[in-house]
Design a protein around this ligand. Structure first.
Ligand code: MN
Length: 136
């Protein structure tokens, strides 16, 4: 937990990471934890709706290309759910053409971070959606 000032008083904000690639997922998780977030991970999109209902995260960071249920299909389910639709969801993907970005925005993503990630820039991008610590 380097870089976290425990005297700040607030509670860490929670991020749900949805990514099927284990190495990529571990990288995101480690990076976000070092940035001071409380992180929960899902290796498949299939359980995510249930996980979000049980414990709504402050932000979801989501891969797009996943077996079973893609990120685009999952975001449509989230945006159609009255209890979950207000939660911010960011796509992390190498689908980065202007057409891809428009398709992701149209599907309901709040933003887009390109793969491959660089940890420092990744944290800066994520902090633009939500800061690591909530109010005291
Ligand atoms: Mn994937």
């Amino acid at each position: 937990m380097d870089g976290v000032d425990l005297d700040e008083g607030g509670a860490p904000r929670s991020i749900l990471v949805v990514e099927d690639n284990v190495l990529m997922r571990k990288l995101f998780v480690r990076c976000l934890e070092e940035g001071g977030y409380a992180v929960v991970e899902a290796e498949s999109a299939l359980d995510v709706i249930d996980m979000m209902r049980e414990s709504p995260p402050d932000l979801v960071v989501m891969d797009i290309v996943m077996p079973g249920l893609s990120g685009v299909e999952l975001i449509k389910q989230i945006r159609a759910d009255a209890d979950l639709r207000a939660i911010k969801v960011v796509a992390v993907t190498n689908l980065a053409t202007p057409a891809d970005k428009r398709r992701l925005a149209d599907a309901g993503f709040d933003g887009h971070v390109s793969k491959p990630i660089k940890p420092k820039e990744f944290l800066t991008s994520i902090a633009g959606f939500i800061e690591p610590m909530g109010p005291a």
